[in-house]
Design a protein around this ligand. Structure first.
Ligand code: HXC
Length: 260
C-alpha cells in the first residue's frame, strides 16, 4: 500500500528484509498521529508477511525523528490525552514478533529516541544525536524514555539524560550500551539491512521465540526469566527447524528452514 508519511519496501539479496523509511522531511520526521499510524500499519503488514524475516526502520540523514509533533500536541488536555488515547498507536511497534532494527541517522529526540528504543537493535550513524528534550518544553518522556533508558543504561545515565534534556552523540550512546554499533552515516542503512539479512537467514520460528525470550529479561526477575528461557529452549525440540538445524550441522550442510 501507499503511505503518506512512510515508504515501505522489501530489500536484501533474498528479498527478506522489510525497510520502513520515515518520510516527513518538512518536520524532521516529527511523529504526528498520521505518521505513527502509517508506521504501525507498515510494521503490522511486514509482521504478517512470511517472506520477511526482519525489519529495518530508518529516517533521513538529517533526522531519524525529531520527536512527537509538538504543534499537533500542544493544545491537548489531560482529559483529551486520556480519552483520545494519545500515544496508543505507538505500542504496535513493540508488539511486532519479528526483530526490528532502528538505523538512526541525525536527530533521534524525544519520541524519536523512544521509537528507536522500542526497536530490538539500534545501529547509529556517526553523526546521530540522541536525547530526551521533553523537560525543555514542559513535559516528560511519554513513550518509554524514562523506563527504557533506565533499563538499558542504568539510573545515573537515565536521570542525567531525562532531567537535563541534553543531546548526546552516537559514540556516547554506544559507550552507554544504548546502541550496538556506530557506522559511517552513508553506510548505515546498508549495514542495518545486512544485519537484518543475517537474522532473516535463521528459522523465523526460532527467531521469534528467541526475541520473546530476550524481551522477558526486561519484564521479570532473573529466576523467572531463566525458567522461561529454559522452557522455551526445551520447546524448540518439538520443532522441525531444531531437527533440521542440528542434522544440517552434523551433515555439514546449510539448513533448510520450514518455519515449523
Ligand atoms: C513539530 C517539529 C519538531 C517536532 C522539528 N520540527 N521538530 N515540528 N514537532 N518535534 C519542525 C520545526 O518546527 C521546523 O518547522 C522544521 O521541523 C525544521 O526544524 P528546525 O528547528 O528549523 O531545524 P533545526 O534548526 O535544524 O533544529 C533541529 C532540531 C529542532 C534541534 C531537531 O527542530 C528541535 O529542537 N526540535 C524539537 C525537538 C524536541 O523537543 N523533541 C521532543 C518533542 S516532545 P518550520 O515549519 O518552522 O519550518 C516528545 C514527547 C514524546 O517527543 C512523548 C511521547 C511520544
Amino acid at each position: 500500500p501507499k503511505y503518506e508519511f512512510v515508504e515501505a519496501s522489501v530489500v536484501g539479496q533474498n528479498s527478506n528484509v522489510g525497510l520502513v523509511r520515515l518520510n516527513r522531511p518538512k518536520a524532521l520526521n516529527a511523529l504526528c498521529d498520521a505518521l505513527v499510524d502509517d508506521l504501525a500499519s507498515a510494521v503490522k503488514l511486514m509482521d504478517k508477511n512470511t517472506s520477511i524475516g526482519a525489519i529495518v526502520i530508518t529516517g533521513s540523514e538529517k533526522a531519524f525523528a525529531a520527536g512527537a509533533d509538538i504543534k499537533e500536541m500542544k493544545d491537548g488536555s489531560f482529559a483529551s490525552n486520556v480519552t483520545g488515547g494519545l500515544l496508543q498507536g505507538w505500542a504496535e511497534i513493540s508488539k511486532c514478533s519479528k526483530p526490528i532494527i532502528a538505523a538512526v541517522n541525525g536527530y533521534a529526540l524525544g519520541g524519536g529516541c523512544e521509537l528507536a528504543m522500542m526497536c530490538d537493535i539500534i545501529y547509529a550513524g556517526d553523526k546521530a544525536r540522541f536525547g530526551q528534550p521533553e523537560v525543555t518544553i514542559g513535559t516528560i518522556p511519554g513513550a518509554g524514555g524514562t523506563q527504557r533508558i533506565a533499563r538499558s543504561c542504568g539510573k545515573s545515565k537515565a536521570m542525567e539524560i531525562c532531567l537535563t534534556g541534553n543531546q548526546f552523540s552516537a559514540e556516547e550512546a554506544e559507550r552507554m550500551g544504548l546502541v550496538s554499533k556506530v557506522i559511517p552515516a552513508d553506510k548505515l542503512v546498508d549495514e542495518a539491512v545486512k544485519l537484518g539479512e543475517k537474522i532473516a537467514s535463521h528459522s523465523p520460528l526460532i527467531i521469534a521465540l528467541c526475541k520473546e525470550s530476550v524481551n522477558k529479561a526486561f519484564e521479570t526477575s532473573l529466576a523467572e526469566g531463566l525458567s522461561f528461557e529454559k522452557r522455551i529452549f526445551h520447546a524448540t525440540f518439538s520443532t522441525n527447524d531444531q531437527k533440521e538445524g542440528m542434522q544440517a550441522f552434523i551433515d555439514k550442510k546449510a539448513p533448510k528452514w520450514t518455519r515449523s
